[in-house]
Design a binder for this molecule. Structure first.
Ligand code: FE2
Length: 241
């Protein structure tokens, strides 16, 4: 198994993120994209579940909070859409394959806002570029070193869906640095590092595959207030025991 070099580990610890170039081959990316294409082609979203995804607090509460489609998405394939994808009746205004938000932009946030553990520092995001993700088509941006400041706000389950504890600071946009990634590159994302991606206004899609890992050893507690909870049908699968 490949390991991080001491200098890579140091960089991750300092910055809160790390790019590993060429993690997947172009063929592996294409195979994954083909499978994503099949899933999107077969997607069937009930009209009342045409939920737009946003990390803006108000919209999140309105669009996701009371929506069972979102809260029960942890062990299923569910679809979340960019703004302006649907008309008022819920019909697609853009081709469905261009509409999926999780392959789109997100406002500044820390993953621990949504995936909270005690102690902190036990969640790691993995983000793999299926296509080049560059400045012009919505690459990731980070505030280096911002993972050492704790968590500004938390999204928790509430009787009506979800609500927030705390608030997202107005992050200084000058502190963000872009991280262009070529196809097949993998980005490790510390659970508390502040990151975002801009809207992709170019003609080039930038599909990415992303998931999160939790270090379950040493008494880590996955908050029972997190929106995402393991189910009996799909407990969080251990990577190794
Ligand atoms: Fe994130």
């Amino acid at each position: 198994m490949a390991c991080l070099s001491p200098s890579q580990l140091k960089k991750f610890q300092e910055d809160g993120f790390l790019l590993l170039e060429g993690f997947l081959t172009a063929d592996e990316c294409m195979a994954m994209q083909q499978r994503i294409g099949e899933i999107v082609a077969e997607m069937d979203v009930p009209l009342h579940c045409r939920t737009e995804f946003s990390t803006q607090e108000d919209e999140q509460l309105r669009n996701q909070g009371s929506t069972d489609y979102f809260l029960s998405s942890g062990d299923k394939i569910r679809f979340f859409f960019e703004k302006g994808v649907f008309d008022k009746k819920g019909n697609f205004l853009v081709p469905p394959e261009k509409s999926i938000n999780k392959i789109g932009h997100v406002s500044p946030h820390q993953d621990a806002t949504f995936l909270y553990t005690e102690p902190l520092g036990r969640v790691l995001g993995v983000w793999i570029a299926m296509e080049d993700a560059l400045l012009e088509n919505g690459c990731l941006w980070f505030i280096p070193g911002s993972h050492t400041r704790g968590v500004s706000r938390r999204m928790i389950r509430a009787p009506a869906g979800t609500s927030f504890l705390g608030s997202e600071p107005a992050w200084d946009s000058n502190l963000f640095v872009p991280l262009p990634v070529r196809r097949g590159g993998l980005v490790l994302i510390h659970g508390e590092v502040v990151h975002k991606s801009e809207q992709n206004l170019s003609n080039h899609s930038r599909q990415a595959y992303t998931f999160h890992l939790m270090e379950a050893a040493a008494g880590t507690v996955w908050s029972p207030e997190n929106w995402l909870q393991p189910t009996t049908e799909l407990p969080f699968p251990p990577l190794y025991i």
